[in-house]
Design a protein around this ligand. Structure first.
Ligand code: SF4
Ligand code: SF4
Length: 244
């Protein structure tokens, strides 16, 4: 068992706008490109150009067809990576202390030198956010690009996760969700941002901004959040899918 900090100084995380994501996978590709040479490098690929290609990806985009209105469906793209939970089960189950949550900024990381590859953390994560590197025999995951966001060799504007920097539609936002005055917190408040599977109690830091309803005269934020979070709504559907 590995213990968690009682409190973190910041809650750094992502806010992902499901209304504007177009499923282009630019975030996925730039995440792979940056991280395959960064803190958790390499991100192993197996049989990359052949049948049954497999590999380590920290960020994946799932695309779904969702019933929108009677006789009408819509396509929703759902990017998913580690949500840097406040009380992550992946950390507390780790027998060696390899998985840990930082007190300074709340980022959940893996110390590969301590990891014994038991995979308990991947079983514990309900979001499927952990990536086992079969070649190296250790667990890997999204680091929120710790080697970018504090990197003083980069221009200040570039000190954000690679996925955020790349997104052509501005669907990805990065900041301190523990500060109610931060841009990301205000965006979440204005758009009715939601947690993924909140009933599990892991308190994910990352938030999702729901897709806006189509063909309505007024986009009422409260109604929008209710529409997508309700048991029959889009996020309820994603929650049930991830719960399988
Ligand atoms: S695979 Fe590594 S990080 Fe995950 S629980 Fe086991 S030792 Fe900890
Ligand atoms: S880069 Fe932006 S628009 Fe493209 S898949 Fe990622 S979040 Fe969606």
């Amino acid at each position: 068992m590995t213990s968690l900090p009682g409190k973190t100084d910041k809650k750094l995380g992502l806010v992902i706008d499901l209304d504007t994501c177009v499923g282009c996978h630019a975030c996925v590709t730039n995440c792979k490109e940056w991280n395959t040479g960064g803190h958790m490098a390499p991100l192993t690929d197996l049989n990359a150009y052949g049948k049954g290609a497999d590999g380590v990806w920290f960020n994946r985009v799932h695309t779904y067809e969702v019933d929108d209105a009677p006789g009408c469906s819509r396509t929703v793209h759902f990017p998913k990576s580690c949500l840097h939970c406040e009380t992550p089960a992946c950390v507390t189950v780790c027998p060696t202390g390899a998985s840990y949550k930082r007190t300074s900024d709340g980022i959940v990381l893996v110390n590969e030198d301590l990891c014994i590859g038991c995979k308990l953390c991947s079983w514990a994560c309900p979001y499927g956010a952990r990536e086992f590197d079969v070649f190296e025999g250790v667990m890997k995951k999204c680091t929120l690009c710790v080697d970018r966001i504090y990197n003083t060799n980069l221009d200040e504007v570039d000190r954000v996760p690679a996925c955020v920097l790349t997104c052509p539609t501005g669907a990805r936002h990065f900041g301190d969700l523990g500060d109610p005055n931060s841009d990301v917190s205000q965006l979440v408040a204005a758009r009715g941002g939601v947690d993924l599977m909140p009933e599990l109690g892991y308190k994910p830091t990352n938030k999702y901004l729901p897709p806006r309803p189509r063909r309505t005269a007024a986009a009422d934020v409260g109604a929008t959040a209710e529409l997508v979070s309700a048991p029959g709504g889009f996020l309820g559907w994603v929650d049930r899918l991830l719960s399988r």
